[in-house]
Design a protein around this ligand. Structure first.
Ligand SMILES: Nc1ncnc2c1ncn2[C@@H]1O[C@H](COP(=O)(O)OP(=O)(O)O)[C@@H](O)[C@H]1O
Ligand SMILES: [Mg+2]
Length: 221
């Protein structure tokens, strides 16, 4: 279920895509832009956002790639989602804020469901229990050849690289899965990750203006 812009709720925007596609870069730029234009906005990330979820992030994104099995990993990701949703995202949306989140539910479906073969109905059930069936208003999928993305990701002083150690085939499967769920679904805008940081930022800002047009009275009052 999408948020109804005629009811009292904020705007929920998520970013998806493989490692090094440019999500965190674009989340920060969009956040900065909206803040400078006096919109009520918060930025968060998955896994993470709250104190508990940031601790779970360290467990999930650092250390040996094979340190836990797929179901353990999925449940920790979902536990982190639940805390972030309850304490940060939901209250912000309830007070009509724009929430920008670096990864969300689609990551669960793509990584834990499609790639790790955990039952997708089970995952959707837990996800929908956490969020009471709410989905983002808009999801930006930044699409990049995983070989390029991984090179970018490893170039940074990045410590959260447990998943980067998975095979290129794994990351290719992730990219294909993302494209499959994003194609023909108007919640998504697929953006070419080969464009420059500035070009991508401009595409996103234009699109966010369109989305806010429908809800503008709420965010400016
Ligand atoms: N469009 C782009 N073109 C070239 N480099 C980029 C682009 N977007 C991001 N980068 C660089 O790639 C690296 C990974 O970007 P990041 O935003 O952290 O990706 P993600 O959060 O998707 O893993 C960073 O060093 C960033 O500066
Ligand atoms: Mg990132």
């Amino acid at each position: 279920m999408h948020f109804d812009h005629n009811t009292n709720s904020g705007i929920f925007i998520t970013f998806e895509g493989g490692d090094g596609s440019g999500k965190s870069t674009q989340v920060k730029l969009l956040y900065k832009y909206l803040l400078e234009n006096n919109y009520p906005v918060i930025m968060t990330r998955e896994p993470g956002g709250t104190q508990i979820s940031e601790q779970l992030r360290t467990i999930l994104l650092q250390g040996n790639v094979n340190k836990m099995n797929a179901i353990t990993e999925a449940l920790i990701f979902l536990a982190a989602r639940s805390d972030n949703w309850e304490k940060l995202i939901k209250p912000a949306l309830d007070s009509n804020k724009i929430v920008i989140c670096d990864r969300f539910q689609d990551s669960t479906i793509v990584y834990q469901g499609i790639c790790n073969n955990i039952n997708i109905n089970l995952l959707n059930n837990i996800c929908n229990t956490i969020t009471n069936n709410m989905l983002p208003n808009r999801t930006y999928l930044i699409n990049i050849d995983p070989v390029i993305g991984l090179k970018r990701s490893m170039r940074q002083d990045n410590v959260d690289i447990r998943f980067e150690h998975k095979s290129t085939e794994y990351h290719k499967r992730i990219q294909e899965a993302y494209l499959r769920i994003a194609n023909n679904n108007d919640r998504y805008l697929i953006i070419d990750g080969n464009l420059s940081i500035e070009e991508i930022n401009n595409i996103i800002i234009k699109d966010v203006w369109k989305i806010m047009g429908k809800a503008i009275s709420k965010v400016t009052n």
